[in-house]
Design a protein around this ligand. Structure first.
Ligand SMILES: [Zn+2]
Length: 916
């Protein structure tokens, strides 16, 4: 790119913003990078205190680096705060520089709120949405920023060819917009400046030669003086002063982003609406969505435990004073740290990814633990005894539950018995020593998965001791197990020869599946099995193809083809075809080997039926494949062979139009990509996928360039719909529409200049990536991305050798994908109650209608609800029977509401409710 550089009469202003981009963990583990960070900030504080010409430093827009530093240098907090308070060091607004596509919308918001909150100790956050290195940007980002009071964003990757200027107006689908400064040459366009004024001026001239076409005459030039883990350059203030004295072409100033943006032009800018996912001028690195599927699964499970279980249940079923604030904050700190772009993307060394997985596990453990406590509090307050079914999310819904009930009488036609256990042997006589040994093993009242001591008594006479233990299916409080244990120890230690007569009283129980109808949103209902309108069943044998197995409930029918292990859904055949191809790429990008070969047919198939209804029908397709071992470095071909056994279980429930699929295998192969191909009931040119707080519509083409060919593998957070098919998945974040045909009729796929896929075509299949296994953090000479995107370090973890299990669900026809995602990913919960409280048999703690819910939690003692409207028209959001205030993302009041409020199409709103 070159352009005529005109020489305006006034000198070109050059804003030099010294900074460092601090990847907290990446090609080195966190602790290793942190040692360098501590030295960097030590030096920075000395430099800035001694040299007033080093006017400013941008501490990378994320507060995590400050906490990481102060953990080692707590004595320097005052020095740091003095410089931030004076405006010489800018901090925030984020807590971490996250990836925007691979985490939930709520994680992005909590990250921003955590950064803003932490920044108050340092004079407040920079009011610029600084997004220097993210691998593309979600469409709702301008709205999130404006709701936190920002007017500016700063971006680099993802900006499309349509933007041909150093700034543009970036609009969210609701119409909110910010001025986006476009770092055309990246956040390191002024890194490593020379210690010589003449050389500096030559560098500026060369930069303008290359990128001047993006600047209008008179526009200042923004020079970002820093890059990844970049140390401050102590001569900067001096060389800038010398350059200003030596010439009149440029007028340089060491400054901050907010200062630069205050005078940056805002008129006549190009406009862009929605997400930024182009590789036209810089790498988008779209393959991170399918790298380390285990990390993505861990992430969405932890998100769900916090967002959909712990927070709503604790907010709604514990008193205001019982809100577990510190636990919730700790869990979110772990989630937000993992949201860092090199962490969730897992384009990092194995030690880093181990740490990421551990943080996700801890966040999930906190979430599940808090959810269990809130659920117990709810169950403990029920008026009547028996199982209670809880809906932790919205809307009102029914669903399958698994409960243990007393085995009294026949089970009934609408339940499915999983197991039945008759009473334990009634009584036995033991000697004292044996009893002492047994007592040592008994910890509390729980003695099995669904067995608890619910009563215990002790009596003694001249002939020995009598113990009576009553065993039930649910825990009961106040059972004196420990007291009786102590008593027995005392007596048996004194008289070890005592005869002990033990009576175990356990009524027979059965574990059943049933359908619970209509549990209110954020509510509960006593368990009561509903009649099944559409019972599930299995048909085997000669009804259709020989050996075919059919799961049907009259609403949806799945027929498994024993020839190739695929299945038909409502007559459309070919679902579940596993396509295994080579991947000679790296953690950032898929790249087929030069000599690729695909395996898409099994060597053998066997089908096993497990459940035959009426509540649940399941069958497993056991398919054996021969997958190559690896890509050979010399021949670039897939070589070697492994027999791999892939088990795919299909599950159809009564009264549901969704087929649940679970696939598991022990991955034996390296350097490959495994996708499941899902036929589209009708060919289509577009897909609709969930991304942060909205649904994004995309076509068949991705913009790229020769250095990174644009392949239309796109992210979806929980669901994607295309051509009459909806897929809900658990952490399988990458999909692609494939098997293209000409819109006019059948035809071969064409290829765009720097992208694959072409306009004027329609796709007939959705490919969902189940696994992408590679062995290099980054690599040189890949077919779709020739230059490295990071260090060329061998890594073993991304090969994902070992057990892999993935889950997704399918529905055909018109479905509400949010509702389907809730049904599949947020099952109804069960707990046991002994009664005695005052909670009625059925009720709801919160009713939100007219919009999707993103979050329910407590803030400042009040219940806070965040909603968004993914629909094409404005909506009335009803929060039934509640009043309160709409607030912005900083918690500042906007307007009061009484029962309901209006929300524009694609809008996001946060409501704080009055009362407890
Ligand atoms: Zn980075």
């Amino acid at each position: 790119m070159t352009s005529e550089v005109t020489s305006p009469e006034a000198p070109r202003r050059v804003a030099v913003v010294p900074h460092t981009h601090w990847d907290r963990e990446w090609y080195e583990p966190f602790q290793t990078f942190r040692m360098k960070l501590v030295r960097l900030i030590d030096d920075l504080l000395d430099q800035m205190e001694q040299d007033s010409s080093y006017r400013h430093f941008l501490l990378d827009g994320q507060l995590a680096v400050i906490d990481d530093y102060l953990e080692i240098r707590p004595e320097n907090e005052g020095r740091l705060a003095a410089l931030t308070g004076a405006g010489r060091i800018t901090v925030g607004p984020w807590y971490i520089l996250m990836d925007e596509f691979l985490v939930s919308g709520e994680t992005i918001i909590r990250n921003l709120q955590a950064g803003l909150r932490r920044a108050t100790a340092f004079g407040g956050a920079m009011d610029v949405g600084y997004l220097p290195d993210m691998f593309g940007h979600v469409g709702q980002m301008p709205q999130i920023l404006t709701q936190a009071g920002f007017e500016h964003a700063v971006v680099w990757r993802g900006v499309p060819s349509a933007v041909d200027r150093n700034a543009f107006r970036w609009e969210s689908p609701d119409g909110s917009s910010v001025r986006a400064e476009y770092l055309v040459a990246g956040y390191g366009n002024g890194a490593a400046l020379p210690d010589d004024a003449k050389a500096l001026v030559r560098r500026l001239q060369a930069h303008l030669e290359e990128f001047g076409e993006f600047l209008h005459p008179g526009d200042p030039l923004l020079l970002m003086n820093g890059t990844d883990h970049h140390h401050p350059q102590p001569w900067l203030g001096r060389v800038v002063a010398e350059a200003n004295q030596a010439q009149g072409e440029f007028e340089l100033a060491v400054t901050s982003l907010p200062e630069y943006l205050r005078s940056a032009p805002t008129e006549g800018l190009p406009e862009w609406r929605g997400e930024l996912r182009s590789g036209f001028r810089s790498n988008l690195l779209m393959g991170v969505g399918s790298n380390r599927v285990d990390v993505k699964q861990a992430s969405v499970r932890a998100e769900r435990a916090l967002e959909h279980l712990a927070e709503p249940l604790s907010a709604l079923f514990l008193s205001s004073g019982g809100w577990p604030e510190r636990f919730v904050d700790l869990a979110w700190t772990l989630m937000v740290r993992n949201a860092a772009h090199d962490s969730i993307c897992a384009c990092s060394v194995d030690d880093v990814v181990d740490a990421v997985l551990h943080r996700y596990a801890e966040a999930r453990h906190i979430g599940e633990g808090l959810a269990g406590e809130a659920l117990g509090a709810l169950a403990g307050s029920m008026a009547d005894p028996g199982p209670v079914v809880v809906n932790s999310w919205t809307p009102d819904r029914g669903g399958m539950v698994e409960v243990v009930v007393p085995a009294e009488g026949p089970p009934g036609a609408d339940v499915q018995v999983l197991s039945e256990r008759t009473g334990l042997p009634g009584s036995m006589t033991l000697d004292g020593r044996t009893v002492l040994t047994m007592l040592g093993l008994l910890q509390g009242a729980r003695i099995g998965e669904d067995s608890y001591v619910t009563d215990v008594s002790l009596a003694e006479d001249d002939t020995g001791l009598d113990i009576t233990i009553v065993i039930g299916t649910e825990a009961r409080e106040g059972v004196p197990v420990e007291e009786i244990k102590r008593e027995l120890f005392t007596r048996l230690t004194a008289r070890p020869g005592t005869e002990v007569r033990l009576v175990l009283d356990q009524p027979p129980v059965r574990r059943i599946l049933a359908r619970q109808d209509d549990v209110p949103a954020f509510g509960w209902s006593r368990f009561s099995p509903a009649p099944l309108a559409h019972p599930a069943r299995v048909v085997e044998g000669p009804t259709g193809d020989s050996g075919a197995v059919t799961l049907t409930n009259g609403v949806l029918t799945a027929v498994i083809d024993p020839a190739d292990g695929t299945f038909a859904l409502d007559g459309v055949a070919g679902y579940g075809r596993l396509v295994d191809g080579g991947d000679h790429g790296d953690t950032y990008n898929y790249s087929p080997p030069q000599q690729d070969s695909e395996v898409d047919t099994p060597d053998s198939v066997a089908i096993t039926v497990h459940d035959r209804g009426p509540v649940r029908a399941t069958a497993t397709i056991d398919a054996t494949y021969t997958w190559p071992d690896r890509v050979d470095e010399a021949t670039k071909a897939r070589v070697g062979a492994h027999q791999v056994h892939v088990a795919t279980t299909l599950e159809l429930r009564a009264d549901e139009s969704v087929l649940r699929v679970s696939t598991s295998f022990v991955n034996p192969s390296r350097d490959h990509r495994l996708r499941v191909h899902l036929p589209l009931p009708r060919p289509t040119a577009s897909s609709r996928a969930e991304c942060a707080l909205t649904v994004v519509e995309r076509g068949l083409v991705a913009e790229g360039r020769d250095d990174e060919i644009g392949i239309p593998t796109f992210p979806s957070h929980r669901f994607v719909s295309a051509g009459g098919l909806t897929v809900v998945h658990e952490g399988l974040l990458e999909y692609e529409l494939v098997d293209l045909e000409d819109a006019a009729g059948a035809g071969a796929a064409g290829a765009g200049a720097a992208g694959r896929g072409a306009a004027g075509q329609r796709a007939t299949t959705l490919a969902l990536t189940l696994l992408r296994a590679t062995g290099m953090l980054s690599r040189l000479g890949m077919s779709l991305r020739p230059l490295p995107a990071g260090p060329m370090t061998p890594v073993e973890g991304p090969q994902l050798l070992g057990p892999v299990q993935v889950r997704y669900a399918l529905a055909v026809g018109d479905v509400d994908p949010y509702r389907m995602a809730t049904d599949v990913l947020d099952p109804l919960l069960t707990s046991g109650s002994f009664g005695g409280g005052d909670r009625p048999a059925r009720g709801s703690a919160l009713s939100v209608r007219g919009a999707e819910v993103s979050s329910v939690r407590r803030q400042g003692g009040r219940v806070e609800v965040r909603v968004f409207n993914p629909g094409p028209t404005a909506t009335t959001v009803e929060i039934v029977g509640r009043s309160g205030w709409l607030v912005d993302l900083r918690g500042r009041p906007l307007s009061p509401f009484e029962g309901s409020f209006e929300l524009r199409s694609q809008g996001i709103a946060t409501a704080r409710l009055d009362g407890d």
